[in-house]
Design a binder for this molecule. Sequence first.
Ligand SMILES: [Zn+2]
Length: 115
Amino acid sequence: MSNQSIEIPIDLPDVQVLSAKKTEQGEWLIELESKLRGTKCRQCGQEVTQFQGYGTSLRVRHLPLFEVPVWIEWRPKRYRCGHCEGKPTTTQFVSWHEPRSPNTKPYERWLLKLL
Ligand SMILES: [Zn+2]
């Protein structure tokens, strides 16, 4: 670490940072992955741990750093249920993001405080 930079915790639970870089627009793009294993089947609700690969990568806004916009990108893990007929797959939820939201939860809380 040079004397002109600092290291800042990502402050999202159960994630591993894979990379952090500046985009062409000068914004931060942080790639990470969920460290959690398994999820609950969307049909039967049982815990499923049979890893079925990754879904399409998602990119959402996170809290800005020194007024620079920050984006979080990750590929949701998918799991297959061995109990249900048709063996459906379920995408793993992460505690810091509401499905289909363009923002992380901490960023949404921050936006609300600004109102
Ligand atoms: Zn199931």
